[in-house]
Design a protein around this ligand. Structure first.
Ligand code: C2E
Ligand code: CA
Ligand code: CA
Ligand code: CA
Length: 279
């Protein structure tokens, strides 16, 4: 029994060691990847209850030369730790704004919004507002079409400073969504103070929606909260018609998920706009 115990500990040490080495390698690779242009954005459309596309969320992808596609869930936390998220975040914003400008130039797509994920570390940079202003000015993107997705952790240690930044950006026309809603500890009191436009129900609640009475109750509560604060409620991770039907019935406003489409490179996105008359 003693030997087995020692073996187990040894196994854990090796595994931890290997994991740490892999992380260090990823950290080193990340720095080069930005210079080498290994990142790209994919876009996932968002729809209203009538299946009309309202816009998209931009999601980053890393095409690693030897490892293939690396998930943002793996490298974003490392980029946050090392601070690389700041230049990487700038790159994401530049690409996203470039896409917005392309949409703005076509009547059929001019109304589409684009949501960009902003990490906590990026949002906490003292010059975050100036960085956004710079990207908007150089790209010519309409701030009214840009949405920034924050998480509760973005606002955690200095709510006042966060609210101030949000207000300054809102004056430009930028909109805000609170991502992964329901996984943190937001009270209604706290939520009321944030100048938000949308809350996004975390997909973990949507996944098990029709299997779990608890999740149904949670989602109903989130929608009620959103409605009472006059916020748009977005459901992400919608995978089935059944989930969609339930969410529409429950009063959710915006829908995103594999049921409609996966995140795709821009040239693979089909926007059914031919039916919209050009006036
Ligand atoms: P998130 O912002 O919560 O994004 C939603 C995630 O759910 C995306 O994963 C998306 O591909 C996935 N998803 C969408 N629809 C479905 C569905 O129907 N079913 C399931 N199972 N999943 C669905 P992805 O692209 O792997 O991104 C993971 C996370 O990485 C994001 O979570 C976000 O936190 C972060 N991230 C992605 N791009 C960026 C970025 O440009 N900047 C920052 N800071 N973070 C990013
Ligand atoms: Ca998001
Ligand atoms: Ca989310
Ligand atoms: Ca997430």
């Amino acid at each position: 029994a003693k030997l087995a115990g020692r073996d187990t500990i040894c196994f854990h040490d090796d595994a931890t060691q290997a994991l740490m080495e892999a992380r260090n390698e990823t950290r080193r690779d990340l720095r080069l990847a930005l210079q080498r242009g290994e990142f790209r954005l994919v876009y996932q459309l968002q729809y209203d209850a009538d299946h009309r596309p309202l816009g998209a969320e931009a999601l980053i992808r890393w095409q690693h030369p030897s490892r293939g596609m690396v998930s943002p869930a793996e490298f974003i936390p490392l980029a946050e730790e090392s601070g690389l998220i700041v230049p990487l975040g700038d790159w994401v914003l530049e690409q996203a704004c470039r896409q917005l400008v392309a949409w703005q130039q076509q009547v059929a797509t001019a109304h589409l919004t684009l949501a960009v994920n902003v990490s906590a570390r990026q949002f906490k940079e003292p010059d975050f507002v100036e960085r956004i202003e710079r990207v908007l000015t150089t790209s010519g993107a309409d701030p009214h079409r840009l949405k920034l997705e924050l998480t509760e952790s973005s606002l955690l240690d200095d709510v006042e400073a966060g609210i101030d930044k949000m207000r300054r950006l809102k004056r430009l026309g930028i909109r805000f969504a609170l991502d992964d809603f329901g996984t943190g500890y937001s009270s209604l009191q706290y939520l009321k103070r944030l100048p938000l436009d949308q809350i996004k129900i975390d997909q973990s609640f949507v996944n098990d929606l029709l299997l779990s009475g608890d999740d149904m109750a949670i989602v109903r509560t989130i929608i009620a909260m959103g409605v009472s604060l006059q916020l748009e409620v977005v459901a992400e991770g919608v995978e089935t018609a059944h989930q969609l039907g339930w969410l529409v019935e429950a009063g959710c406003h915006v829908f995103q998920g594999y049921y409609f489409c996966k995140p795709l490179p821009i040239d693979q996105i089909e926007l059914p706009f031919t039916s919209i008359p050009v006036s």
